[in-house]
Design a protein around this ligand. Structure first.
Ligand code: NCD
Ligand code: ZN
Ligand code: ZN
Length: 347
């Protein structure tokens, strides 16, 4: 039996494309299925200014395959030296769609992030004034806070105070991993949304640690207990417009993942849409997939829904996804849910 589902072409509201050889290898994986993506600015060095974002956008456009139907939506990396006027100009020109907050030291390439939130107050106030969203990596970095508690503590100690003291600031809680974050979003009536990754709908912390450590399941924020995964599944499949897809597809070379100090990130660009079709069907919510992947994000960002469509088909035989994609510097492993998937994207 073949089943099919056609939805508006989806967008990815949180994506790492990197640069150079990695960009060339991973960009086609996203451009195949997605119309647009919010491009994370955590390069080395980071994308801080409007001029750097324009140059990075040009490198992405130059790396796009012939005939691709894909537009990168650029972001700026917030530092304590960020100039509010540069941010405003990059927004006014249409170049930049969000500013990204990394607490210093919270994740991959976050060393230039924010330590003292008072120092970014003028930028946040400017963003509230012009309606430019702040995307947050929501984890505190205090050494005395357990890594599994860092998201919940961030909401209480950092996010809620920032939102209270900056009325009108629009915030996207990126890659949420806890019931605490989902509940916080639901408890607020305006200016707040959240992205959810594909992998956090699939794995809990046991998948990383039971029966041997699984470096390809290690990402930040780290997957939490099963009850949190279930809360994320409920939020994603609920139809609540405040929740939308941000894959956080974060490629690292296998050599950097399979190491004594392995990098954080799951690479899901290749198979995200078939995985989501599987998950939403499992939860009896296939009719909510289009909202999550294609409608709620544009609504939050004030952008039109893509005109193009994407069709997913389900067949009796399991879909064969590539195990790895090759880059000039070595392979990148594609996220493996650990069970067969029968959905694929119709080409
Ligand atoms: N999610 C991750 O585990 N890694 C991301 C950074 C991030 O999104 O926090 C990366 O850039 O590799
Ligand atoms: Zn992050
Ligand atoms: Zn990310």
């Amino acid at each position: 039996m073949t089943q099919s589902l056609t939805i508006a072409r989806p967008d990815d509201w949180h994506l790492h494309l990197r640069d150079g050889a990695m960009l060339a290898a991973v960009l086609p994986e996203t451009a195949r299925d997605f119309g647009r993506a919010i491009i994370m600015p955590n390069l080395v060095p980071p994308v801080v200014t409007g001029a750097q974002a324009a140059a990075y956008r040009d490198r992405i456009l130059a790396a796009l395959p012939e005939g691709a139907d894909f537009a990168p939506l650029m972001t700026l990396y917030l530092t304590e030296d960020t100039d509010p006027e540069d941010v405003a100009a990059a927004h006014a020109s249409g170049l930049v769609k969000a500013v990204k907050l990394y607490p210093a030291g919270a994740t991959t390439n976050s060393a230039s992030g924010v330590s003292n939130f008072e120092n970014v107050r003028p930028v946040l106030e400017k963003m509230a004034e012009i309606g430019l969203p702040l995307c947050t990596h929501g984890e505190v970095t205090d050494h005395d806070i357990d890594i599994f508690d860092r998201e919940a503590v961030f909401i209480d100690r950092v996010l809620d105070p920032i939102r209270r003291s900056t009325p009108g600031l629009r915030v996207v809680m990126e890659h949420i991993t806890t019931a605490n974050a989902a509940d916080y979003v639901k408890s607020q009536d305006r200016d707040l949304g959240a992205t959810i990754t594909t992998h956090h709908l699939i794995i809990n912390r046991n998948h990383i640690l039971v029966g041997g450590i699984k470096p390809h399941y290690y990402c930040l924020p780290v997957a939490k207990r099963e009850e949190h995964r279930i809360a994320l599944r409920k939020a994603a499949t609920s139809g609540d417009k405040r929740f939308f897809l941000g894959t956080d597809s974060a490629p690292h070379l296998d050599g950097d993942k399979l190491a004594a100090c392995g990098c954080a990130g799951c690479f899901t660009a290749t198979n995200t849409m078939p995985l989501l079709a599987h998950l939403f069907e499992e939860d009896g919510a296939l009719d909510k997939l289009e909202g999550f992947a294609s409608l709620n994000g544009p609504a939050f960002y004030g952008l039109p829904v893509n005109d193009a469509k994407l069709t997913l088909v389900k067949s009796d035989t399991a879909t064969q996804f590539p195990e790895k994609i090759d880059t000039e510097n070595g392979p990148v492993t594609v996220f493996d849910p650990g069970y067969p998937i029968h959905w694929s994207v119709a080409r």
